[in-house]
Design a protein around this ligand. Structure first.
Ligand SMILES: [Zn+2]
Length: 199
């Protein structure tokens, strides 16, 4: 009996933490959510770059990448205006065959933390978060896939992930993030992670 239990546990661990790409089922629509906007500026870091602007720029790059791969994309905001959190999740909840990906930049009270991390809330969202983070980890310091009760994740009926694309409070990382080439790299990684999840 203990041996069977051990085998079962091992099987669960293997399927739950598989390192090869696996998906959330086929989907044709992606709701891309640029964090913050308008009066909600988000994190503010080095060089007075604001999270809301960087998140929108990166989200638009993700939008273009996904469209070129044939996905239908819905943006929760396309400009610098405030969108309440419940409205953001509701956009995804109205779709039939979709996933939701929220784009953010991070901050910390100290300048030392740097790197990328991707959040999910429920088990069906884990593969989406893991696939995105795997692509980001190829060129950034991966802080891993984490579970959190963020509003846009918790209230989402679709597989949903929130990506923290780097720390604006890290002088080194903020300098990278300021370059459009680096933001494109981030966006390309997110696009690959999303596309790998449609299976
Ligand atoms: Zn944010």
């Amino acid at each position: 009996m203990p041996r069977l239990l051990l085998l079962l546990t091992a099987a669960v661990l293997l399927t739950g933490c598989a390192s090869s790409p696996y998906g959330v089922g086929r989907f044709g629509t992606v709701v891309v959510d640029a964090g913050h906007g308008g009066i909600d500026r988000g994190a503010r870091g080095q060089y007075s770059t604001m999270e809301k602007q960087l998140a929108l720029d990166t989200a638009k790059r993700v939008e273009r990448g996904l469209r070129s791969r044939g996905f239908r994309v819905i943006m929760t905001r396309g400009g610098d205006y405030f969108v309440p959190l419940p409205q953001r999740a509701a956009v995804a909840n109205r779709q039939w065959n979709a996933v939701f990906v929220s784009v953010h930049y991070n901050y910390a009270p100290r300048s030392a933390p740097y790197g990328t991390e991707t959040y999910y809330y429920n088990a069906k969202s884990y593969p989406l978060a893991a696939n995105i983070q795997r692509e980001l980890s190829r060129f950034s310091n991966s802080r891993g896939v984490k579970r959190a009760r963020f509003h846009v994740l918790r209230n989402n009926t679709k597989p949903a992930a929130l990506v923290e694309c780097g720390f604006l409070t890290s002088p080194n990382e903020a300098r990278k993030i300021r370059s459009s080439g680096y933001r494109q790299r981030i966006a390309d990684a997110i696009v690959r992670g999303i596309a790998n999840s449609s299976r």
